[in-house]
Ligand binder design. Sequence first.
Ligand code: ADP
Ligand code: GLC
Length: 491
Amino acid sequence: MRPLRLALCASEVAPFAKTGGLADVLLGLGRWLGREAPQGPGHDVRIFLPLYRKIAASGLATQPLAGAQDLEVRFPQRTIRFSIRTAPLPQSEVLVHFVDCKELFDRDGIYTEDGDEPLRFALLSRAVLETCQRLRWAPDVVHCNDWHTGLLPLYLRTLYAWDRMFAATKSVLTIHNIGYQGLFDQSTLDVVGLGDQRAHVHHGDLRDGKLSFLKTGVLHAHRVTTVSKTYAREIQTAEHGMGMDELLRGRSGDLVGIVNGVDYGEWNPAADPRIPHHYSAADLGGKAKMKAAMLQRFQLPHDPRAPVFGVVSRLTAQKGFELFADSIPVFLQREDMRLCVLGSGEDKHEKYFQWLRDTWPRKVGLYRGFQEDLAHWIEAGSDVFLMPSRFEPCGLNQMYSLRYGTPPIVRRTGGLADTVEPWDPASRTGTGFLFDEYSSQALAGTIDWALRNWRDQKGWQQLMKNGMQKDFSWDRQGPEYVALYRSLTGA
Ligand code: ADP
Ligand code: GLC
């Protein structure tokens, strides 16, 4: 079978631009696709990402891509010029194509509240197609991710339909999080050059004076995927569909759940360059050292018998930390335990964790902000990982914690349900602790259950090893994407 030509595009790609798991998926999937074919070179993959200010200022060595300099995209109200600069994904031959457009991307942060936010990401979609045209490189599949690239499938079917080069090109849209839909005023249709395509966008939204990037993508992508089997079912229900369930039920034949893979090149306690002590299921010595080192970093007293609970998270409503209010203080009061938190996001959550820290300064450690290496330290140095999500499309952190021998406590939802198996001390099977009901009581009951199991250290070691031996690598998950691409292209 011939290698595929694949254009991937997203608003985040690690290590260049990251706020969450989307970035990790693009890095891991992109790398894996680039070397997939066991008998030869991998697929011909190009990844498109805006050249945000932070990337440009990072000193990253990029090259101008020949043939893709000084391109122009005419939007009805503005003409935007951009060029493409390239650099390989680290440890890969796959090229990232950075869309260099100072006018739109030379700003603080990845996402903005600026009035031209829809134009910024409309440009990303169009830059993908314009660049392909200039290079005369016809992708078999353009793989879009989340609302930021949601207009691309419609552009492909309309503004670019004249170009026979794209005649066989298919689009795939992956929903990483239905909580973010890219909902703008309907006047945005004109801004992004789709004013003539009113018939092709969601009528209900138009009636309400709105345009949704994500719905547009769901309507026009050849296939829609999301990042776990359970979430694929959930988003077709009114409870989890966030207003998109009906539309998704209408496309259920074209909607597949593919669980995210883990890039064990980045997340492996035996070789992780971001942590000072290494270990594996066969030799856990380094994990005890990581626990001591991490507690020291948080300036908390160390006692090997006191379990450390870790949190690494965006602090948003999705992640379920409101359940802490009526559960965690009881444990902090009663138990000799530690809680180490790395997170940033909504002020009320940050303040709550700050309150916990101020109230139990010898038990709670907190870092407010985003810090890649500390995320690895917490995965490695904790005994239990906490992820009580209200909803979770897939979740990578619980899979990382499994590999780092840090059994997770999770709510049975979305990808958490698909990747964590309940620990059963009698049969010594399972990898973590799950609860169903979204309540503080259910969480508290599960923390209690975990603590009882912690007291049986022999059983606990088995629990850790069960998780460490699970394989969520892209070698396992990636072939589902390739099968999907091939089913579309017939290649
Ligand atoms: P989501 O994408 O919803 O945030 P995931 O579990 O899929 O959840 O992925 C989260 C990713 O973001 C992980 O790589 C995690 O380590 C990282 N992350 C989240 N918050 C922080 C933070 N404050 N500092 C460093 N890394 C973080
Ligand atoms: C989203 C989801 C998370 C998922 C990640 C990568 O941000 O919240 O569950 O793992 O995307 O797909």
